[in-house]
Design a binder for this molecule. Structure first.
Ligand code: GDG
Length: 487
């Protein structure tokens, strides 16, 4: 798909999607490429269908007279939607993104309080950026327009918008996990963040547990009144005993929705059925020269557990030496938050761990792990899905995890070894569930996946495929927007 962005005038929009950044990055030659990230990867196909205006942050050039930039997105010669950038200076962007959201919000939402850092002043930047978004949206939204806010970077935005434009219909979707109140409560700004989200009419989460945790925090810190129901969910590491579908706060009712995001089925299936992708996959499998290829693909991030996964591979080969020389893991680690010291250190740790394992067990013709520290074109990634016998998805915690769902959409057979702490574990019943904190447990999960009898494996795969096909991105968008419009 050829993408072009051209400057255009602003007009009132009936649908506005807001996220911290936009889906495209300009390259050195003035062309545009897609940003690799679960949120943008999901919302761009949504906007191609719905149209509307995507409000996000852009970087302000030195001395640039305007504080905002408005462009039309042309995909294959058709205008699909608009992108409206709120321009931040480099310092504002750094403090907002690498600062507050990365060092304070991210570790708390994923339950890693020991990684939390507080730098004085960053909260003020976070609030100021949310205010700038609110003003930009308030100016552009048509009367009674729908605004759909994405993710934790903009938690204050709904509350600010409700004050500026009470006529708007406001939805919010949290793409991350949401922790129990004991962990969320560590944030000194917990009340303001929750108040901000409760400015919405509808708040969406991937799974009921996150909605439950959010509602408990709203009850504890704001005195909001959640409406509880006993859950009839199957027993699972992520199943709460009580679920909440609405809460009352400040005289208003806010609906909560659990709606696991699905993969962009048309885009993925189209690439998987392409003869060039299939030829690439067959060639890759032959060149790797192993009986079974394992695949992991993710942004390089500690929540995805990349170092723990290398340890699990080591334990796997120690406990099952019969697989040495017959199994390799191809690990794609897309650079993420480059320049942030914590993430740079993680890259070094992964390289070191992979290097040590490869030099200890590898041979001139075989390596336990092949590590690719770059972004692949989507077609190549789909080629890897086709080539891999097992998809290894072992985040320590994950909101959903689309890689698992995309892998399943590409194939008729295969296995997914899946962390029981990824939202996807709730949606993919046929996966081999593992505890990613335990290398022994993951090692046994990999062995199980490789030795499942063919009939049982196909039955499990069919169960996952049914869910991934039926609850794809179109289903998710239609369900969320349908609920929001109905309020
Ligand atoms: C958040 C939450 C939640 C991966 N490698 C390459 C590549 N990818 C694409 C995949 C997939 C996406 O990136 C990653 O999806 P995740 O689900 O892992 O998303 P996160 O970035 O962690 O984002 C997550 C998600 O939001 C959606 O709500 O599931 O839990 O953390 O789509 O295809 N794409 C390309 N090259 C790669 O090498 N082109």
């Amino acid at each position: 798909m050829a993408i072009e962005l051209i400057p255009t005038g602003q007009g009132p929009a009936d649908l506005i999607v807001a996220s911290h950044r936009g889906p495209f990055v300009e390259d050195a030659e003035g062309g545009w490429r897609r940003r690799v990230n679960g949120v943008f990867g999901a919302m761009e196909p949504v906007m191609r269908v719905t149209g509307g205006t995507w409000v996000c942050w852009g970087l302000r050039e030195e001395g640039e007279p305007h504080s905002e930039r408005h462009r039309a997105v042309i995909v294959d010669d058709d205008e699909k939607f608009r992108v409206h950038e709120v321009l931040l200076t480099e310092t504002e962007a750094k403090e907002f993104y690498e600062g507050f959201t990365t060092e304070s919000l991210w570790p708390i939402l994923f339950c890693f309080p020991s990684r939390l850092q507080f730098t004085p002043g960053l909260w003020d930047t976070y609030r100021a950026v949310n205010e700038r978004f609110a003003q930009a949206i308030a100016r552009q939204a048509a009367p009674r327009a729908t605004v759909w806010v994405q993710d934790f970077h903009l938690m204050l935005l709904p509350g600010l918008l409700r004050k500026l434009r009470p006529d708007l219909k406001l939805g919010f979707f949290l793409h991350t996990a949401f922790p129990p109140p004991d962990v969320f409560g560590i944030l000194p700004w917990r009340e303001a963040l929750l108040e901000g989200v409760l400015g919405c009419d509808l708040v969406g989460f991937h799974i009921p547990l996150y909605a439950t945790n959010f509602a408990r925090s709203c009850g504890r810190f704001l005195g909001a009144k959640p409406h509880w129901k006993r859950s009839n969910l199957e027993s699972h590491a992520l199943s709460p005993t009580l679920v909440c579908d609405s809460l009352v706060h400040g005289g208003r009712t806010v609906r909560l929705l659990s709606l696991g995001i699905g993969a962009s089925r048309e885009d993925i299936e189209l690439l998987a059925s392409d003869a060039a992708t299939q030829a690439y996959a067959a060639d890759l499998k032959a060149r790797m020269g192993v009986q079974h290829l394992l695949l992991s693909a993710e942004r390089l991030d500690y929540v995805k557990g990349p170092v723990e996964r290398v340890k699990s591979m080591e334990v796997f080969f120690e406990r099952h030496p019969e697989w040495i020389g017959r199994v390799s893991l191809l690990q794609v680690a897309v650079p993420s938050r480059e320049g942030v010291p914590e993430f740079e250190r993680l890259k070094d740790q992964v390289h070191q761990a992979v290097g040590e394992l490869n030099s200890r067990l590898g041979t001139p013709t075989w390596q336990p792990i092949v590590n690719l520290g770059k972004t692949l074109p989507l077609q190549e990634l789909v080629g890897l899905y086709l080539a891999a016998d097992v998809c290894l998805v072992t985040p320590l915690r994950d909101g959903m995890n689309l890689v698992a769902k995309e892998y399943v959409l590409c194939r008729d057979d295969g296995s997914v070894v899946l962390s029981e702490f990824a939202g996807a574990a709730f949606d993919l019943p046929g996966a081999v569930l593992v505890n990613p904190f335990s290398p022994e447990h993951v090692a046994e999960g990999i062995h199980t996946a490789l030795t499942l009898p063919a009939r049982g494996r196909r039955r499990r795969f069919r169960a996952m495929r049914r869910v991934s096909r039926n609850r794809d991105l179109t289903w998710w968008r239609t369900a969320f927007m349908g609920q929001l419009e109905a309020l």
